[in-house]
Structure formats: C-alpha cells, structure tokens
Design a protein around this ligand. Structure first.
Ligand code: FES
Length: 230
C-alpha cells in the first residue's frame, strides 16, 4: 500500500503580517430624473402591461422593460429603475443589478447613434484599433462620450461574434462589416448629416437609439419618439 502524499498548498499566516483591506468599490448609481410625469408613466404602463402579458412570470419581463424605459430618456434613469421594480415586484437593487450587468443598458445620456468599434483580438489586429483611433480623432471625443450635436456616442465593443467580417463596427447594434478607417469616417459623417445608413445585414436604415430600444422592448415605435437620443 502506497504512502499518502501531503501537499502544502498555502503558507501559514505569519504573525505580524499586516491585513490589507482593498479600497472600497464606488457604488454604481443611476442619474437622470427621479420620477416620470403622469402622462409618461401612463404611457409606459400601457406598454409595460403588453410586455409583461407575454411571460408566465412578471419578473421574466425585466430585460424588455429595461429597454422600454431606456427608450424614454435614451438611458436608464432612476425613474426607469423604480418603474421596472414597481411593475415587476422587484427591489430597486435587483433591477439595478440586472441593468448594470448588460452593456446594452446605458447609464449616461446617449446620442442618436451609438457607434461601436470592436477592439477585441481579431478585429484589433485586422484594423479595429486603427479605426477607433481615427474615429476618436475625427469626432474629437473619447469612447463613452457623445458629440456636441447629440448625434453620435462612441464606444469600443467586445467581440460581437462576427469575427469572419473583422474589423466590425456597429451602429445601434446593427453590423457594418469589413470596415476601414476611411469607411467608418464616411459612416459617422453620414450619421451626423442625417443621411440614412443601411447595415451590412438586415434591411432598411438603422433606427435611432431610442427607436432601437423600443424595438428591443417589443413595442411599436410610437409617434412620441422623435428619434432624439438624449
Ligand atoms: S473580434 Fe470583433 S467581432 Fe469578434
């Protein structure tokens, strides 16, 4: 019978070793308005009722409801968090936890078009880093910022599983494949000039950010949505 082998996996604590307490992580907060006016709340309740009715349990409707409230202000506000929580019987903390997990939900005012440049490995080596640098310089904004005219918010994106078409740029999550710095500058210039742009896949012009949010919520793009994203 072989002898047992003992492996020492950790050093014993040494007396006098100072305990290092990591710095506190800043709390994630939501800005914007605290509550909706009655007319807006009423309109959102009608849309929310239609969404919630599609699910056997109300809380399953949280993701489309977050898109719905995002369509109202162009980002998730405190009012949006409270609205979703109240409608679904969740706490604000539970709702905020979901809203902060997914990068599609934004916490700051957003332009009419979110232009995302993929800078993950394949896109980066195929030119994504160069595209992002060129567009940053052209628009004179950093990722996460919005142009002064409110038209474009620039972001760098993680891989969108479209590596075959690298480097990839997205506008409101619609794909623009095989981009170059020049083609992306043409794209953002068209968006700023109000020229309709058509994605590489799918049909029709790319909707505004708020219109896209309503589509993702599964409700019609309504008359009140003027397409302004901020
Ligand atoms: S690395 Fe850009 S889509 Fe995959």
């Amino acid at each position: 019978m072989s002898e047992p082998v003992f492996v020492d996996v950790s050093a014993p604590p040494r007396e006098g070793t100072p305990v290092v307490i990591p710095p506190a992580v800043p709390a994630i907060t939501f800005g914007g308005r605290d509550a909706y006016p009655d007319d807006v709340a009423g309109r959102l309740r009608t849309d929310a009722d239609a969404i919630v009715a599609r699910y056997p349990q109300a809380r399953s409707a949280l993701l489309p409801l977050l898109h719905l409230v995002q369509s109202e202000d162009g980002f998730i506000t405190r009012a949006g968090i409270e609205f979703c929580a109240a409608r679904l019987g969740l706490t604000a903390a539970e709702t905020a936890a979901v809203a902060t997990f997914y990068s599609m939900f934004r916490r700051t005012p957003t332009g009419q078009y979110v232009v995302g440049v993929c800078t993950n490995t394949l896109c980066a080596v195929m030119g994504g880093d160069e595209i992002l640098a060129t567009v940053r310089e052209h628009l004179d904004i950093e990722p996460g910022e919005t142009t002064a005219d409110g038209r474009i918010t620039l972001e760098h994106l993680e891989c969108n599983a479209a590596c075959d078409f690298a480097p990839v740029v997205m506008v409101n999550w619609e794909f623009f494949d095989n981009q170059t710095p020049d083609s992306t500058v043409d794209l953002v210039e068209d968006l700023q000039a109000g020229v309709e742009v058509t994605p590489a896949r799918g049909t029709g012009p790319v909707p505004t950010f708020r219109q896209t949010s309503r589509i993702l919520a599964g409700v019609p793009v309504s008359d009140h949505d003027d397409g302004a994203g901020s």
